[in-house]
Design a protein around this ligand. Structure first.
Ligand code: 9MR
Length: 366
């Protein structure tokens, strides 16, 4: 189906779904709330990945490599449910170059092989970030020239190692503060804002076919941060810097309202000729979980997915882990958790069913 048709269809269908979700959330007893989210059996039989393909959309997950190695049901779901994967941690700089000049690609290569075995595409995550840098780099006290050379070699080395195997790279991650100013990272401090254009140029030289993304959180709706990012990518495009896409992470919390203007925001990037993707969706819940919170969570996933389906060049929707059994959330947000679409026993939650229903509506027409 042409994606413009997909958007028109989803606009109507998802709006109806959203209204019914609101109605249920407002008036429901736990029993009928659960009933509402039961998908029709033909939809339940299909994986998110399969439904997504019919809507011209890859549905991905971040993968935790220790869980993949030790937990057979986890491995089966990761292999069967999704059509793309992102390494949650193993392609980060501290993992791939723990000592200066000593590279360790083993874990990342394992994920790339896993994806190939299962017919999945890979999102590379991430080349330039302020976090999860190796200690030798953080403590190195390098001059600007040295640091520029180190960054150049890192990007060239990593992108070359995976050349031809990575669909989309998160080249630059989390470069902005929420107020729209640039994050005062080691890169900005020592290299100035030009490090972003350099990073894209170097990545493109190393693998001209990979799609190159800039990725961030709290940019789902129209706000100071997403506007600053929009201004930056518009400028980069004008200068013919090879930036191809914008990744919207999508880390939400049921305590805050879902970003209902996400489609308006994503369209701004689409209008610049860029691809977009939801790259790290999860929706955390203040514990304990109850059905009202699960419905609110389903609605937030629905808003994110609908934003993507309504945007012509939104190419993929990735959840940041798929089961509550493994998640970064409880370790970082005290008293919160259950942020994923399957529970700890890999059972579908309302959020999974909402995604499934959205994709079925988008896929079934046109
Ligand atoms: O999920 C990742 C977690 O296991 C790591 O400890 C953490 C370290 O900062 O990074 C998490 O993933 C982050 C991602 O790479 C970038 N966006 C925010 C994600 C959640 O913190």
């Amino acid at each position: 189906m042409h994606k413009a048709n997909r958007a028109a269809v989803v606009g109507t269908a998802a709006a109806a779904l959203l209204v019914s979700t609101f109605t249920v959330a407002a008036s429901a007893t736990p029993e009928n709330a659960a009933q509402h989210t039961k998908p029709k059996s033909d939809v339940a039989a299909k994986t998110l990945g399969a439904l997504g393909k019919r809507a011209d959309l890859r549905i991905g997950t971040a993968v935790d490599m220790s869980a993949l190695a030790s937990d057979a049901p986890y491995r089966a779901k990761a292999a069967g449910e999704f059509s793309s994967v992102t390494p949650e941690n193993v392609m980060k700089w501290e993992a791939v170059e723990p000592r200066r000049g000593t590279y360790d690609w083993a874990a990342a290569d394992k994920l790339v092989d896993f994806a190939e075995e299962n017919g999945q595409l890979v999102r590379g995550h991430t080349l330039v970030w302020h976090s999860q840098l190796p200690a030798w780099l953080n403590n190195g006290d390098f001059t600007a020239d040295e640091l520029r050379d180190i960054l150049h070699r890192h990007i060239t080395g990593q992108v070359t190692h995976f050349k031809g195997k990575i669909w989309q790279w998160d080249v630059v991650n989390e470069a902005f503060n929420d107020d729209g100013t640039m994050r005062n990272s080691i890169w900005l401090q020592k290299l100035g804002p030009g490090y972003i254009a350099d990073a894209f140029r170097w990545a493109h030289q190393a693998d001209p076919k990979a799609k190159l993304f800039i990725n961030d959180y709290n940019i789902e709706g129209v706000n100071a941060k997403s506007t600053a990012l929009h201004n930056l990518v518009a400028q980069l495009r004008k200068e013919h810097v090879p930036v191809h896409g914008v990744g919207i992470q999508g880390h939400l919390d049921v305590q805050y309202s879902a970003p209902h203007d996400i489609a308006t925001n994503m369209k701004r990037f689409d209008d610049l000729g860029l691809e977009t993707a939801i790259t790290e969706a999860d929706v955390r819940i203040p514990m304990p979980v109850d059905n009202t919170k699960l419905e609110a969570q389903a609605e937030a996933y629905d808003v994110l997915l609908r934003g993507c389906l309504l945007t012509e060049h939104c190419t993929d929707f990735t959840v940041w882990g798929f089961t509550d059994k493994y998640s970064w959330v409880p370790g970082v947000f005290k008293g919160e958790g259950a942020a994923n679409i399957l529970d700890e026993n890999f059972e579908a939650k309302a959020a999974y069913n909402a995604m499934s229903a959205d994709l079925a509506l988008a896929a079934g027409r046109g």
